[in-house]
Design a protein around this ligand. Structure first.
Ligand code: LLP
Length: 421
């Protein structure tokens, strides 16, 4: 459920008309709903009630400081995967003890940054990384809580580019080698083993792969405890999918996911961490764009928008579907027409949808890409020297720009000339 609905013929973000935002901020622009973000975060929190838990928002999905601040004030922890994300979480006021540090290639500098600033745990992804962290922590005279991310070799049944839990993927250590790795972790100075970490992929629309992975983690917990390790925390990753189109079957709800967690690992007495990103942010954001031209092609018509692949890369990168709806509500039973919906970037890949049935829209009309809150703005670039897409946060009847659109001068001023030019 989200808070982008038609009222009196106009698409609203909570109590703000999207056309008012477009008039003030221009297009393209991302618009987020506070009520939706909070609602989704609270759903996860409620789903784990009864178990000690921390919901660590996956910062990579939507990393604007305003969003992180909002969620942090709500009590959210954060899952970060780079020094930059760590710095963002801290700048948003997230206490170190609520930050988990994931990612396959943490550098010494990133480790030092997080160890100095404080963190809840590092999720280790390989033995070489574990040895380096040991060295860094030991040299700083600290002991860092760690989990090892295990790769359970489970098929997440999602898009191959966002599946992470198969043995062919680069993530984690093979679960079959976990005992050896934990034995070494326990021997290394500067590390304190506190738990196990797993994350099998993103946009999962079926609970079965989670169930398979969490059962393996439960078994491993018993084995590692028998080996003498203090397994007190389980970080179960993120990945719960969202409905991208109304006609799709509805993915499982956080409540079902919480019940599954309780069923599979609830008996172990562990503190639970989860790292949802998409389900919190995805349907809490839209990308608002304007039709620049309607162009008649041979055998097809093109809607040429002012938003492009540099603003929202998901369709080009994963063939992802986003519902694209007019901001002025079409009359009931209004005729539709098939369009190829494209951006102005000079690549054929800059195509959002092919032969998409749309109500009649014309030049100057506004359209909204639904479900664009997660992995939207964060993956944007300035390709074709299109200034980075701005972001707006709505709360009730108020809205604020939370990242302004750079001017051309600002964009250009970031480059510097070498002294010899
Ligand atoms: N934890 C870890 C270790 C992750 O790698 C990810 C996502 C998450 C949590 C959050 O997963 P979520 O709850 O958002 O599914 N750019 C792609 C998605 C990449 C996901 C990467 N990892 C997309 O646009 O679909």
């Amino acid at each position: 459920m989200d808070h982008f609905i038609y009222r009196d013929g106009r698409l609203m973000a909570e109590d703000v008309a999207l056309e008012d935002i477009a008039a003030t901020v221009g297009t393209p622009v991302y618009v987020y709903s506070t009520a939706t973000l909070l609602r989704h975060f609270r759903l996860f929190d409620a789903a784990l009630e009864g178990l000690p838990h921390t919901v660590c928002f996956a910062v990579k999905s939507l990393s604007n400081q305003a969003i992180l601040t909002l969620l942090s004030r709500e009590g959210a922890g954060m899952d970060v995967v780079s020094g930059g994300e760590y710095a963002r979480a801290r700048a948003a006021g997230v206490p170190g003890e609520r930050i988990v540090f994931s990612g396959v290639g943490k550098t010494r500098e990133e480790m030092r940054l997080a160890l100095e600033g404080g963190l809840r745990q590092v999720n280790l992804e390989s033995e070489p990384e574990m040895r380096v962290l040991s060295e860094v922590a030991h040299s700083m005279g600290v002991e860092v809580p760690v989990t090892v991310r295990v790769n359970p070799d489970v098929d997440a049944k999602t898009h191959p580019k966002i599946a992470t839990g198969l043995s062919q993927n680069k993530f984690g250590v093979p679960i079959a080698r976990a005992r050896e790795v934990y034995a070494e972790a326990a021997r290394l100075p500067g590390l304190r083993v506190v738990g196990i970490d797993v994350h099998i992929g993103s946009q999962l629309t079926d609970l079965a792969p989670f169930e398979a992975a969490y059962r393996k983690v439960a078994d491993l917990t018993e084995v590692l405890r028998a080996d003498g390790h203090a397994i007190e925390r389980l970080d179960l990753g993120g990945g719960l999918g969202i409905p991208y189109t109304r006609s799709n079957e509805v993915p499982p709800l956080p409540l079902d996911y919480g019940a599954l967690i309780k069923r599979t690992v609830g008996h172990l007495g562990c503190e639970i961490e989860i790292e949802p990103g998409r389900l919190i942010a995805g349907n809490a954001g839209i990308l608002l764009s304007r039709v620049v031209y309607v162009k008649r092609g041979e055998g097809r018509d093109f809607l040429i928008l002012d938003g492009a692949m540099n603003d929202l890369i998901r369709p080009a990168m994963y063939d992802a579907w986003h519902d694209i709806v007019p901001v002025t509500e079409p009359a009931a039973g209004a005729p539709t027409r098939a369009f190829d919906i494209v951006g102005p970037v000079c690549e054929s890949g800059d195509t959002f949808a092919r032969e998409r049935e749309m109500p009649e829209v014309g030049e100057g009309d506004l359209v909204a890409f639904r479900s664009a809150g997660a992995y939207g703005a964060v993956m944007a670039s300035e390709y074709n020297s299109r200034p980075l897409v701005p972001e707006v946060l709505v709360d009730g009847d108020q809205f604020a720009v939370i990242r302004p659109r750079p001017t051309f001068d600002e964009m250009i001023a970031r480059d510097t000339l070498p002294p010899w030019l």
